[in-house]
Design a protein around this ligand. Structure first.
Ligand code: ZN
Length: 339
């Protein structure tokens, strides 16, 4: 008896591996995983009820944001696929704005950083910075991808929520910070080819254009304009728990329900998607740079030709834009003090 016990104890890592492998292959495991999903769903349901637009301060111009949204998602832009005329027009629009605002060109050629990849012949990121008050601080990178799926079988995929919305907010944030100097230098990066595998964000690092050691933080915005249950996801606190307090402070002055989720493993969250590597913040995370990603819940128009700008919920979009903005202001302050 005691002998057999010793034998079991001696090989316990082996038994553990066998148990895990059997569990992973066992179809019935979903009973357990679903149980956890319900717990996660309950956690989300328990989060502060939305307090509406009146609860949210107004520092960005939703008129300008909506104008940019309509322009970027217009049928004439033909879904902004990399290398197309629509993409070029969108890029020129962004560059013109950066110029008007007096942003410092931060690409390899003016504001542009061109790159290629086996999945895209030629794509171009647009990079401009607002120089911060304190030159000893590292850079905070604000990202939003401006590309979308383009035209498929003769049908335009407008990509309004995904991601004309984040791009429009990026432009308005650039406007604010060009008039109200931040502590850190803020690099505004309108990225290309996100839809083909976060290629624009990867290219920032693989090209050697950005040195990860010089980057303090990444704020990424992708899909902000659609209202599903007044809900905005804040992704990234699981990896950097010190961000929880900051998101809570943003929530105090924001009317949306800001839910910290979609960044935890299945044994915490069940079968909800993990979005840690699902948009341009992913390559930053892989470089060891802390990030915060803001995005709304999935909706039926996601990656569909029906993702058009008339579907944006203007009142809700104003709130989500303010949330991303509040967070950006806060991270600029907090990291300057923390140093
Ligand atoms: Zn997107």
């Amino acid at each position: 008896m005691s002998n057999r016990n010793a034998w079991f104890r001696r090989f316990w890592p082996l038994w553990l591996v066998i148990i895990i492998v059997v569990f992973a292959w066992w179809p019935g495991r979903s009973i357990f995983i679903n149980t956890l999903t319900e717990r996660e769903a309950q956690r989300i349901a328990d989060i502060t009820p939305a307090q509406g637009a009146a609860h949210t301060p107004e520092r960005l111009s939703i008129e300008r944001i909506m104008t940019d949204l309509h322009w970027l998602a217009d049928a004439e832009r033909e879904g902004r696929a990399p290398g197309t005329e629509g993409s070029k027009a969108a890029r020129e629009y962004i560059i013109n704005r950066f110029q008007e605002l007096g942003l410092t060109p931060a690409g390899t050629e003016g504001y542009e950083q061109a790159f290629s990849h086996e999945r895209v012949e030629r794509a171009i990121n647009v990079l401009g910075s607002v120089v911060g008050q304190d030159p000893t601080l590292r850079t905070i990178v604000i990202t939003a991808h401006y590309d979308h799926l383009g035209v498929r079988n003769g049908t335009i995929y407008h990509g309004s929520d995904d991601n004309a919305s984040g791009t429009a907010v990026l432009l308005e944030m650039a406007r604010y910070f060009s008039e109200n100097q931040p502590q850190h230098t803020l690099l505004f990066a309108a990225l290309d080819s996100e839809e083909r595998g976060l290629l624009g964000a990867h290219a920032l690092f693989t090209s050697g254009h950005l040195d990860p050691k010089t980057i303090a933080f990444n704020v990424n915005m992708d899909m902000l304009s659609r209202n599903t249950d007044e809900l905005l996801y804040a992704v990234g606190t699981y990896h950097n728990p010190w961000l929880v307090r900051l998101v809570q402070r943003v929530q105090e002055e924001n009317g949306a329900r800001i839910v910290m989720a979609h960044d935890r493993p299945w044994f915490k969250a069940g079968r909800t998607d993990d979005w840690t590597l699902s948009s341009d913040h992913g390559p930053f995370h892989e470089q060891g740079i802390p990030f915060m990603y803001f995005g709304v819940a999935d909706h039926p128009d996601y990656h569909a030709p029906t993702d058009t700008s008339d579907k944006a919920d203007e009142e809700f979009f104003r709130i989500t834009a303010e949330a991303a903005f509040s967070f950006t202001k806060l991270i600029d302050q907090v990291l300057a003090e923390k140093r």
